[in-house]
Design a protein around this ligand. Structure first.
Ligand SMILES: Cc1ncc(COP(=O)(O)O)c(C=O)c1O
Length: 406
């Protein structure tokens, strides 16, 4: 598989196979599709040590059903981290989740009804869309530009849904290091979107999976939740992108009343906190400063990987191909300005034994596009794969066969 080189350096590599992990590319295929971390970046030793220390300190309390909103210890530590944000969130604003997917499911089933409509960007995280439709919700795509979701388009979509006699479930937004485009919505755009959402009484569900993965100097734009003082916004965070997806641990923040409604769900009442033992392990990591040290190493690793892929792709940008600049997260979004059919591009990638995430998987961007992930492979492989892909994009045969050219 793709990251054979990376996996070879990792203890227990023999288990990185189908049947144990979710998705493994065929042998010899360079896999630029997955939105998750290179096995070499997963902190195996750190978690082994934190698990031992958490069990030693918290004892049986770490193995019990946890407090419904999640252990106060971890919520208090997360609140401390949020102290510098425009609207600090206290433990009462927080609920621990089994990751963002589970949080989205809880919101989609508790605060919406089948037949309600989710408003979302014309290209959005594909699996959130799948999750919403599996809950019986309908999707309504809203146009966007480089600053984020279009404000008039959101206004129009909210009106249209009401005119059809339907209810808007919520606006689903990924304003920071968006999946798949890598874009970050400007502060002004966030404020304008919040004001339209408030005018229509529409809840904003802010999926902030990549918020801690700023890779460039400068300040992060405040979250929509922070700008709104949490009013009318539920913000979802996850440790999947910063520690490991197998932990199934995240948290959401919102107005205490709304968070209380989510925590009152039968699933939580019956089972307690959604991933209690792991939350105590992660509490130890935060408490000891290990999480911040790990984040610094992780960001450096991602920075190096992004630079390697960009170096490989250096010749792209001529011939009508564009790479959307991204300041963090996991992805580059490669778009073709005119006419090349997606199937043709994918066939070329396949021929060159490379897997990429096709743009149409995320919605209708209006242009042929692919998402390239730099999180999952070591830098050397990313640079080589980028170079090979760039060569294919410039291959005259590709343009002759296609209906248009780039
Ligand atoms: C925007 C976004 N939200 C949520 C998730 C999934 O998060 P979790 O693993 O916490 O369920 C992903 C993972 O790809 C993502 O990109």
């Amino acid at each position: 598989m793709t990251s054979a080189a990376a996996v070879a350096e990792v203890p227990g590599r023999g288990y990185w196979v189908r049947g144990v992990v979710q998705d493994v590319a065929p042998p010899g295929v360079d896999d630029l599709a997955p939105g998750y971390l290179d096995p070499a970046l997963l902190p195996v030793d750190l978690l082994a040590d934190a698990s031992r220390r958490a069990l030693a300190e918290y004892g049986p309390a770490a193995l019990s059903y946890g407090e419904n909103q999640g252990a106060l210890r971890l919520r208090a530590l997360l609140a401390e981290r949020a102290a510098g944000e425009p609207s600090p969130s206290g433990p009462e604003h927080m609920m621990l989740t089994a990751g963002t997917s589970q949080g989205l499911h809880l919101i989609a089933t508790t605060l919406a009804r089948p037949g309600d409509v989710v408003l979302l960007d014309e290209v959005s995280y594909d699996l959130a869309q799948r999750l919403f439709t599996d809950c019986g919700l309908l999707l309504r795509r809203v146009a966007s530009d480089e600053s984020g979701t279009s404000v008039p388009a959101l206004d129009e979509a909210a009106r249209a849904v009401r005119a059809e006699g339907r209810r808007v479930a919520f606006l689903y937004a990924t304003p920071t290091f968006h999946n798949p485009t890598g874009r970050t919505f400007s502060r002004t755009r966030r404020e304008e979107l919040l004001s339209v959402a408030a005018r229509h009484g529409v809840l904003v569900v802010e999926d902030d999976a990549y918020a801690e993965l700023m890779l460039d100097p400068g300040d992060l734009v405040p979250s929509m939740a922070g700008l709104a003082g949490h009013e009318g916004v539920l913000r979802l965070r996850t440790f999947s992108k910063t520690l490991a997806p197998g932990l199934r641990l995240g948290w959401l923040t919102g107005e205490p009343g709304l968070v209380g409604r989510l925590a009152a769900h039968g699933l939580v009442q019956s089972g307690g906190a959604l991933n209690h033992t792991m939350s105590m392990v992660v509490a130890r990591l935060l408490e000891d400063g290990d999480y911040d040290r790990h984040l610094r190493v992780l960001r450096a690793g991602l920075r190096e990987r992004r630079a390697a892929l960009l170096k490989g792709l250096a010749s792209v940008g001529t011939d009508g191909w564009t790479v959307t600049p991204s300041h963090g997260g996991f992805f580059l979004w490669l778009e073709c300005a005119v006419g090349l059919p997606e199937e043709q591009l994918l066939a070329k990638a396949f021929e060159s034994r490379m897997r990429v995430a096709e743009g149409s998987r995320f919605g209708h961007a209006g242009r042929t596009a692919v998402r390239l992930s730099y999180s999952f492979n070591p830098p050397g492989l990313l640079e080589r794969a980028g170079r090979r892909l760039a060569a294919h994009l410039h291959d005259p045969a590709l343009h002759q066969d296609g209906k248009g050219s780039c």
